[in-house]
Ligand binder design. Structure first.
Ligand code: UFG
Length: 328
C-alpha cells in the first residue's frame, strides 16, 4: 500500500519523500508545481495536478492503493496571505476539504497534516505548549487552524485519524546537497542570508531591532528539515499503531535572534554578511519558541540537528552548490 504525499515537490514535502523512500515505503507524490519543483522529487510515482480537480484526484486514488496521506500542499507565506486571503482560503482550505472528502469516500483513514506555529498568533508564554491559546494574526495561520478543526470533526464522524504537526522555522537542507530550499520570491531569513553570501543580493534587511528581546531582534526556533521529515514518519507510525489523533509542536525548543543567525552564518561561510536595520515586518511576533516535549515523549521523536551551526552548514552546502536553486 502507498503513502500519498501531497505537495511532495515542495521544500518540506521533498525531504519527507526522501525519508519515506529510505524506509522502503511505496510513495505517490502529487503536486501542482505552482511553488514546488519537479527536480526536488527524488523518487516515487509522480502526479502533476491540483487537489481541486476532481477527475485528477479520482485518477490518483483509483490508480493507487493508498493507505495514508501526508498532506503538505498549501501556500505558506504569512505576508502574502494578508494581501491575498482569497487564494489562501482556496488553496489551503478548499483543497484540503476536497482531499479529506475523497479520503472519506475511499476509506483512507490516516492523515499527517502540515500545520504551523502561526496557529498560535502572538504567544502568551514561552515555550509554546500545544494547549496554549490559538489566535492566528494572519490568514495563513487561520487556514491551517481551520483545517485542524475540520480534522477533529472528520475524526469524530468518520473515524479518520490525524496527526497535525505545528512547525516552527524549517531550515537547512538534505545532507547530500541534492535538495534544499528554493522559493520564489524568497522571504525566509536563512536563504536570504545565503543569497547575500553567494552574491545574489547585496544585503539582508533585519526587520526591527527594537523588540523586547536581548538584542532587540526577533527570536525564532529553527528546526532542520530532515528532522521535520522524520517527525512525519513517526506520526505515520503512530497512526498505524492505532493510536488516537493528536497535535504536536515541532521545534528544537531553543530560540535564536536574527542577529545570532547572521553571526552563525558568517562563521559557517567564513564571510562578512552585509546587513541593514529596517522597519519591523507587520505580523512578526517578537519570539516563537516551541515546547517539543509532547512529540518527544509520545512519538519518541528526537532532533538530530539540534545545533544552529549544523543546520546552517547543510543550508550552505545546498546554496553554495545551487546558487540559482533548482534552475540550471
Ligand atoms: N527576517 C528578517 N529579514 C528578512 C527575512 C526575515 O529580519 O529578510 C526575520 C523575520 O522578521 C523573523 C525571522 O527573520 O523575525 C524569521 O523570518 P522568516 O520569514 O524566515 O520566518 P517566519 O518566522 O516569518 O515564518 C515562520 C514560518 C511560517 C510561520 C511563521 C509563524 O516559516 O510558516 O513562522 O510566525 F507561519
Amino acid at each position: 500500500m502507498a503513502v500519498l504525499v501531497t505537495g511532495g515537490a515542495g521544500y518540506i514535502g521533498s525531504h519527507t519523500v526522501v525519508e519515506l523512500l529510505e524506509k522502503n515505503e511505496e510513495v505517490v507524490v502529487l503536486d501542482n508545481l505552482k511553488k514546488g519543483h519537479k527536480q526536488a522529487v527524488l523518487g516515487g510515482k509522480f502526479y502533476h495536478g491540483d487537489l481541486r480537480d476532481d477527475q485528477f484526484l479520482d485518477k490518483v486514488f483509483k490508480e493507487n492503493d493508498i493507505e495514508a496521506v501526508v498532506h503538505f500542499a498549501a501556500y505558506s507565506l504569512v505576508g502574502e496571505s494578508v494581501i491575498n486571503p482569497a487564494d489562501y482560503y482556496n488553496n489551503n482550505v478548499v483543497s484540503t476539504l476536497r482531499l479529506l472528502t475523497k479520503m472519506k469516500d475511499s476509506g483512507v483513514k490516516k492523515i499527517v497534516f502540515s500545520s504551523t506555529a502561526a496557529t498560535y498568533g502572538e504567544p502568551e508564554s514561552i515555550p509554546i505548549q500545544e494547549d496554549d491559546k490559538t489566535a492566528p494574526t494572519n490568514p495563513y495561520g487561520e487556514t491551517k487552524l481551520a483545517v485542524e478543526k475540520a480534522l477533529r470533526w472528520f475524526d469524530s464522524a468518520y473515524d479518520m485519524k490525524y496527526v497535525s504537526l505545528r512547525y516552527f522555522n524549517a531550515a537547512g537542507a538534505h545532507t547530500s546537497g541534492k535538495i534544499g530550499e528554493d522559493h520564489n520570491p524568497e522571504t525566509h531569513l536563512i536563504p536570504i542570508i545565503m543569497q547575500v553570501a553567494t552574491g545574489r543580493r547585496d544585503k539582508v534587511q533585519v526587520f526591527g531591532d527594537d523588540y523586547n528581546t536581548p538584542d532587540g531582534t526577533c527570536i525564532r526556533d529553527y528546526i532542520h528539515v530532515t528532522d521535520l521529515a522524520n517527525a512525519h514518519i513517526a506520526a505515520l507510525e503512530r497512526l498505524r499503531a492505532g493510536e488516537e489523533s493528536g497535535i504536536y509542536n515541532l521545534g528544537n525548543g531553543k530560540g535564536f535572534s536574527v542577529k545570532e543567525v547572521l553571526t552563525t552564518v558568517e562563521e559557517v561561510v567564513g564571510r562578512k554578511i552585509n546587513y541593514e536595520i529596517a522597519p519591523r515586518r507587520p505580523g512578526d511576533p517578537a519570539m516563537l519558541v516551541a515546547s517539543s516535549e509532547k512529540i518527544m515523549k509520545e512519538l519518541r521523536w528526537n532532533p538530530k540537528f539540534n545545533k544552529l551551526e549544523t543546520i546552517v552548514e547543510t543550508a550552505w552546502k545546498w546554496h553554495s552548490e545551487h546558487p540559482n536553486g533548482f534552475e540550471k
